[in-house]
Ligand binder design. Sequence first.
Ligand code: ZN
Length: 266
Amino acid sequence: MPDLFRHPPCGGKTPWAFATRWTPEQVRGDDDVYGVRENEGRLAPLTSNIYPPLRRGDGGAVRPYLMPMASPEIDALTQALARLPGLGPRSARRAVLHLLKKREAAMAPLLRALEAVNERLATCTTCGNVDTSDPCAICADPRRDARMLCVVEEVADLWALDRTRLFPGRFHVLGGRLAALEGIRPEDLTIDQLVGRIERGGIDEVVLAMNATLEGQTTAHYIAERIERFPVRVTQLAHGLPVGGELDYLDEGTLAQALRARRPVA
Ligand code: ZN
């Protein structure tokens, strides 16, 4: 795309203005203005979190300016927050403003919580969960059914399944999935540790809760083969209709899985 201007190397994450000349919004540092371009004799604000491509010829030459918006400390805080998943520059600025306004009610508790977690952060050597203790709260909980083990790809999957409060057993985090193209092999995951846990006994059922992706299912098949010599029931999550899903909007793969996994009406 030689005729397109690309956004600066920051990837649109820093509050730079990208403009031919200043506008009142830019001088004030208003939220929505990440860049402007001269277009048909007027300045049009670009209200996206990323810089949309600017076409050469739309409004003549476009030169980047570095626009300071706050003190370096506040700017650093905004940029650190903007790098968090799910937050962009705009949300980060709103969060920072909220913290500054509610220093006692919001900033102090957040600071204490961050410090506490940072000091005690640990990866569970049994299951791979991230917690503030090792073994983690799930592995240490005597009310959990030690005979059931649910295998997941990532810690986020463990947390998602645990939020349902429907799985009474314990977990095992693989730390990813097999991906030959990316060079991720069985020894890069915690599959040996999983086999070791099953080998030690006391487990009746292993639930393979991999993602419904090609790589996730390849990983599930690989693990099923590795543990078929043990006297455990190996199950996997059902694939099919999402809750609230309408048939007309589903892809054929999902519908085919739902048909295959049909069951008698209870
Ligand atoms: Zn654990």
